[in-house]
Design a protein around this ligand. Structure first.
Ligand SMILES: Nc1ncnc2c1ncn2[C@@H]1O[C@H](COP(=O)(O)OP(=O)(O)OP(=O)(O)O)[C@@H](O)[C@H]1O
Ligand SMILES: [Mg+2]
Length: 247
């Protein structure tokens, strides 16, 4: 990295840190006031406005978190990257539980327990041997799986969403694939989705939120592990994203 890049990375980290405190105050207070809505008999407008403040506050917090994670991954160095043996099945399970729990917050701007249940029709099926161990940076591996799961949930308009995650040992590599039956990606967009800030047009995906940082981050993490990412997708039928880690 050049000196200028290092300075930009430092500035981004500092800005993100500084934004965290006011955002957590906005989110905390709006949630607390919103919980009084029925007792205090707020007007529909006040309740709606508070709900919107809370929703957008949560979105901003997620953006700040993602910017920080992106920055961390971009500035990481392959030579000094910490790796440890990771049990793949338990990592996938942890990420799946988190993805389902977060879905309610992202969509409604309210904690999942206030939105009528955690599952909301999303089912993540895991097919992976409990013996499968991968030598990787655990935090980054979780980021990869979480980003792919978040996309698989987000770019799917169906009421019932089924996602299949598979971990496979190929002898010389270990692959993790995430399959969804959502909107799919047009062939002309497939090569562009790994570019930072690239998002396919709203009208096609019916997109809920996002900044186009997830896949570039996953790509960079795979580069740091000397692995690769590939995608097979059919418009209207869904997508399969596959991560491959050399052994
Ligand atoms: N599983 C998927 N199905 C359909 N389209 C997808 C899928 N995953 C990614 N895409 C497309 O690729 C684009 C880039 O994905 P990426 O994860 O980088 O960004 P994002 O999800 O839009 O935003 P962010 O990850 O920063 O919240 C998405 O905007 C979407 O158009
Ligand atoms: Mg994403």
């Amino acid at each position: 990295m050049t000196e200028k890049d290092t300075l930009s990375a430092k500035a981004l980290t500092l800005i993100s840190h500084k934004l965290r405190t006011p955002l957590s105050i906005i989110n905390g207070y709006s949630e607390a006031v919103l919980s009084q809505a029925t007792k205090e008999k707020f007007s529909p407008f006040t309740t709606k406005a508070l709900g919107e403040i809370h929703k957008q506050g949560n979105r901003m917090s997620l953006l700040v978190d993602k910017l920080m994670a992106f920055n961390q991954v971009i500035t990481a160095d392959e030579q000094t990257l910490e790796k440890q043996p990771v049990n793949l099945k338990s990592v996938i399970k942890e990420c799946a539980e988190k993805a389902i729990a977060q879905e309610g917050v992202a969509e409604k701007g309210l904690p999942a327990e206030q939105t009528g249940g955690v599952k909301r029709g999303t089912f993540i099926e895991i097919d992976c041997s409990s013996q499968l161990t991968l030598n990787a940076n655990e935090h980054m591996l979780k980021l990869c799986i979480s980003e792919l799961l978040a996309n698989a949930i987000k770019f799917n308009n169906k009421l019932e969403k089924t996602i299949k995650v598979q971990g496979t040992n190929h002898g010389d590599s270990i692959s993790i694939s995430v399959r969804d039956y959502g909107v799919g990606i047009r062939p002309q967009d497939v090569s562009k989705i790994f570019e930072p800030f690239y998002q396919v047009d709203d009208y096609f995906t019916g997109q809920i939120s996002g900044w186009g940082l997830g896949l570039p981050m996953v790509q960079r993490i795979l580069d740091l592990h000397r692995g690769s990412i590939s995608v097979v997708s059919d418009r209207g039928l869904g997508s399969i994203f596959t991560l491959s880690f050399p052994l």
